[in-house]
Design a protein around this ligand. Structure first.
Ligand code: AMP
Ligand code: DBH
Length: 545
């Protein structure tokens, strides 16, 4: 049943009863909660190593015990079932004890990313009426306690800030765990387990309510699709709370399969490559800009990467030109992952042929994922044509958290989520992402897909990365601007244009403007932020006026 929030609207949109019944009947939803999930894994894999963080190695049994002590600690500190707690931790082992402790206390973690600042965190705390906020003292040169001071002053409802490390004026996380005393609550598996975030390409991220039942289904299936077992070692290079490293198959898939999780503090090759060698890592997942860094760093590194079997790349379109470099240059298979925190996740399969893996973003997890490819009028497009992707299924939300108004535009009346992605479907059922609807550039009526032009630019030997965005234009409506990060000697605009023409690109797709920059702005998880690139162009335009 919907839980009523302060504003009188239901907090979230549950699955319709008939759909929920069916997902249970066919066995997608098993009725397991996250608290039970960890207990079951610990019973099965007790003495195997679950988590490696620097020199610390926790077995499954130890992780389970620590989570239980943390759960009792949260209860002792007045955290009630259903309370929201904003968690913003770097890649440290405590992420697991905090989050599983909250699950077992019946509380609802809100998964912030380390890159979020006052604007986002204040919003998460206010919008969810969070009672507590969990941080690390410092990370990546940033002091989160100062951020917490700011957030506490702005959000009176926030009762406490728990700090991993030196707490300063706040409370030490190390003081929370206590010996078990009394019963822990038993949440309904059909209820909201946590709030995940959407990347928020415009404005602040939206909050995504995921249930125990729906999320654990996607985790179990992902572990199978990605071939995880007790011999697998999954390295977390992206921020662990992001949906991709959390669940596709991510750390939860690794726990499901009895695999070992290795936490990397940062994704750069100088940190990650030696870790891959030391821990004999078999699989990891990154966003395209990081994959490019690894590809370019591999030849000058001596670390032994031979244990790596699968490099997953997802979060944004991985250009075909880059995809084809993975096996020859890193010596492992590529798996493309096209997912969203709202639900639907697609994978190329480990036995797909190399061409399919290079050009497609995979096919859905579940036979019950319903996909519709439609035109601007919501009419289904012909097979093979590009359309807006709408989806509904056993692990895709039916509405954002406390967002009744926005939900009327983000979902269809019959519950399909409007992904905002433009895709086409190959006869094999694999999807090819052609871009986000709002990233398409409309140059006087001629549509330019940013990804297509970027793919051609990436083929130039002096181009490390490329991003094409729209610039407002009084005559054409929009023109194209190609931002380029050079590799070695920077190429010039005329050189790049000549290169694209030589590759047979249509004249209207040749970038009107080329900007060579040292690096791109990134989103919280490390995707190239086209929003920020557009903002940079707008700021320069304003200065020039
Ligand atoms: P979010 O809503 O923040 O979870 O981001 C999900 C969005 O990231 C998707 O709707 C896509 O636009 C994009 N995305 C994720 N994976 C891929 C991929 N492999 N290729 C292209 N776009 C992707
Ligand atoms: O970008 C994403 O949000 C994403 C990418 C790959 C995701 O949520 C996922 C896999 O689960």
């Amino acid at each position: 049943m919907p839980v009523l929030g302060a504003i009188g609207e239901p907090d979230w949109v549950p699955f319709p009863p008939a759909a929920a019944r069916r997902y249970r009947e066919v066995g997608h939803w098993t009725g397991e909660t996250f608290g039970d999930f960890l207990a079951a894994r610990a019973a099965r894999f007790a003495d195997l190593v679950a988590v490696v963080d620097g020199d610390r190695r926790w077995t499954y049994a130890e992780l389970d015990e620590r989570a239980t002590r943390m759960a009792h600690g949260w209860r002792a500190r007045g955290i009630e079932p259903g309370d929201r707690v904003v968690v913003q931790l770097p890649n440290v082992a405590e992420f697991f004890t905090v989050v599983f402790g909250l699950f077992r206390a019946g509380a609802i973690p809100v998964f912030a990313l380390p890159a979020h600042r006052a604007n986002e965190i204040t919003y998460f705390c206010e919008h969810t009426d969070a009672v507590a906020y969990v941080i690390a003292d410092r990370d990546g040169g940033f002091d989160y306690r100062t951020l917490a001071d700011h957030v506490r002053a702005a959000v009176p409802g926030l009762r406490a800030v728990y700090v991993h490390g030196d707490p300063g004026a706040h409370t030490s996380l190390a003081e929370v765990p206590v010996d078990p005393d009394g019963e822990l609550p038993e949440p309904d598996p059909g209820s909201v387990a946590f709030l995940q975030l959407s990347g928020g390409s415009t404005g602040v991220p939206k909050l995504i309510p995921r249930t125990h039942d729906d999320y654990l289904y996607s985790v179990r299936e992902s572990a199978v699709i990605c071939g995880l077992d007790i011999s697998s070692v999954y390295l977390v290079a992206l921020p662990v709370a992001h949906n991709f490293p959390l669940s596709s198959p991510g750390v939860l898939g690794a726990l499901h399969a009895g695999s070992r999780i290795v936490l990397a503090p940062t994704p750069g090759p100088d940190v990650v490559f030696p870790l891959i060698e030391r821990e004999r890592v078999t699989i990891t997942g990154v966003v395209p800009p990081i994959a490019l860094l690894w590809l370019d760093a591999a030849p000058r590194h001596t670390a032994d990467l031979s244990s790596l079997r699968v490099l997953q790349v997802g979060g944004a379109k991985f250009a075909e030109a880059a995809a084809r470099r993975v096996r020859p240059e890193l010596g492992c298979a590529l798996q493309q992952v096209f997912g969203m925190a709202e639900g639907l996740v697609n994978y190329t399969r480990l036995d797909d042929d190399e061409d399919l893996v290079a050009i497609s973003q995979g096919s859905p997890i579940s036979p019950d994922d319903e996909l519709r490819l439609v035109d601007d009028e919501d009419v289904e497009v012909a097979p093979g044509e590009v359309g807006h992707l709408l989806t509904r299924g056993p692990y895709t939300i039916r509405g954002y958290y406390r967002a009744a108004e926005h939900n009327t535009v983000a979902f269809t009346d019959d519950g399909f989520y409007r992904t905002g992605d433009l895709v086409r479907r190959l006869p094999s059922g694999h999807l090819v992402v052609e871009g986000r609807a709002k990233d398409q550039i409309n140059r006087g009526g001629e549509k330019v897909a940013a990804e297509e032009v970027e793919n051609h630019l990436l083929a130039h030997p002096a181009v490390h990365d490329a991003a094409v965005v729209a610039v407002p234009d009084p005559f054409l409506g929009e023109r194209t601007c190609a931002f380029v990060v050079p590799l070695g000697t920077p190429p010039t605009g005329p050189q790049l244009r000549a290169f694209l023409r030589a590759r047979g690109l249509a004249a209207y797709k040749i970038p009107d403007r080329v900007e060579v920059v040292p690096s791109f702005p990134h989103t919280g998880v490390g995707k190239t932020s086209r929003k920020d690139l557009r903002a940079q162009l707008a700021a320069t335009a304003a200065r020039e006026e």
